[in-house]
Design a protein around this ligand. Sequence first.
Ligand code: DNO
Length: 388
Amino acid sequence: MRQTWRWFGANDPISLENIRQAGSQGIVSALHGYAPGKVWPKAAILQHKQQIEAAGLTWDVCESIWMSDEIKLKGAAAVEEVAAWKETLQNLGEAGVKTVCYNFMPVVDWTRTDLNHKLDGQGIALRFDMVDFVAYDVFILQRDKAAQDYDVGIVALAEQRLQGKTADEIASLEKNIVAGLPGGAESHGSGEFAKRVARFDDVSNDDMRNNLVSFLEAVIPTAEQQGISLAIHPDDPPFPLFGLPRIVSTENDLDFLFDAVSSPANGLTFCVGSFGSRADNDLVNMAGKYADRIHFTHLRNVSRDDDGSFYEAEHLNGDLDMIGIVQALLKAEKNEARSNEIFMRPDHGHLLAFEEGSTVNPGYSYLGRLKGMAELRGVVKAVEHLAA
Ligand code: DNO
């Protein structure tokens, strides 16, 4: 398992030198300056790569090549956008970046309601609070039929909760949900958001699955020719938001995906925090079952509540059996159907000590990830030692 770390490029307050000191071997990165649908020129890719290599690291994974909703909707501009996506893929392959993450979540990329969840003595974590989310969807966004998507009990709680919120709290809830978090494809203003959601009104999960298959059929030949492993990132969180289709949340979704497109280039980003936000996903089992499909893993723990809320816990201390997961991934790496290493990165980290109040990207602190990486590295070493 190769240890990597996400770097947002020249604007990331955490430098490549910092990352190297954290003991990382490789980098997960993207050209963040290009909007979805724009081709990343090969020269720009090579320059990014050289910058990474000059710091003594390697660019192991591209996370992500984004796409706008056109491809997910198979809309009017989809053909053009897929062509641009393929060209970027080809340019990455020619530059030697052979693992490429992407996602197929409509309208919203990863979503949290609270970026400032205080933990008892452990710093600040990201949290998804179901009651706040329902409050936003039903009473602030006032999406048509939103109330029908939830239990009456939680809608009543949400209404009550909202009454106790100040205008500033409501504004920050809205911003957290619709403005987008770092590494997401797009940022929305509140006015246009409802319209974007409404574009998916008539799109079912089956339609979206078909659109994903069409997309893969178009791009897989380029991936195969370049020796690239595509690695789809699961829905985060792994359940419907705003009534939108969600098609990469469960084992059933993955079984469909790998049956429909059997090429080994059709692979997975095993984001354990995302899948693990549902209690019915058995992560240890999934790591074994998809051993030949997992090219990249995000290691992060969660602490769940019964209503669907969760917060990002310490890497070794949440509801997920992180040691069992790492053990299963190390075994998966030896699967005879594969020859490549799995790239892992410590996903997210708490905001700790003197980094509080600094400009680090939410979830992407230095100290919190350093702590997570160190703990995970210890697990990897211990598991390997015991297996030797
Ligand atoms: C969040 C990340 C996501 C991820 C994209 C992949 O921290 O896991 O932003 O990069 O969803 O396309």
